[in-house]
Design a binder for this molecule. Sequence first.
Ligand SMILES: CC(C)(COP(=O)(O)OP(=O)(O)OC[C@H]1O[C@@H](n2cnc3c(N)ncnc32)[C@H](O)[C@@H]1OP(=O)(O)O)[C@@H](O)C(=O)NCCC(=O)NCCS
Length: 185
Amino acid sequence: MILETERLILRPWQEADAEDLYKYASSDEVGPIAGWPAHTSVENSLDIIRNVLSLPETYAVVDKATKCAIGSVGLKIGKVSDLDIPETEAEIGYWLGVEFWGRGLIPEAVKEIIRYAFEDLNLQKIWCGYYDGNIKSKRVQEKCGFEFQFTKNDVYCSLLEEIRMEHITCLTKEKWQKADKRTMA
Ligand SMILES: CC(C)(COP(=O)(O)OP(=O)(O)OC[C@H]1O[C@@H](n2cnc3c(N)ncnc32)[C@H](O)[C@@H]1OP(=O)(O)O)[C@@H](O)C(=O)NCCC(=O)NCCS
């Protein structure tokens, strides 16, 4: 599936993206706050494209102007998620290269993924989460209509071997439809 927004193309990751991926995912400001270690080499990024970013419904966030992959957004549907959710629900995750922060690009990508999830995949609920202190991600979730549900106190981040506090939010199809109608009115 290929999705499009005003400034972005969302398409499956390709092995040819390894250099772009390394450029942005090697920053210590991107992965660790989201629960994964910074990439260590282009080979490491290629391995991640083959083994992690190849999961279904995982999209490279591509800058329309340059055609470069600058971030990622994806849905983990049902049992693919760690959240113990049914197949009618999904968890959304995202990140963006530091030099592109602050332009509303991830909210733009997330809103299109939400539309796709509710309208095309017919999902009923989308979950999201952020580790305590990740204000930037909290803001993305607020801008996209997610509402706080509960806090998990002792979440084990296996990739970093750390225990963290995680705040979980969600958006139902019903709330999204109502908000959508208000926007269009
Ligand atoms: C979270 C993230 C995806 C936001 O993407 P984005 O496209 O920059 O989103 P926005 O432009 O809407 O900015 C969101 C908030 O980030 C903060 N922010 C924006 N640019 C920033 C910058 N250059 N430096 C620090 N904070 C910044 C602001 O608080 C902003 O909220 P505001 O618009 O109310 O001021 C991005 O910061 C990122 O990749 N962070 C690291 C990975 C991560 O946290 N992923 C999510 C895991 S749950």
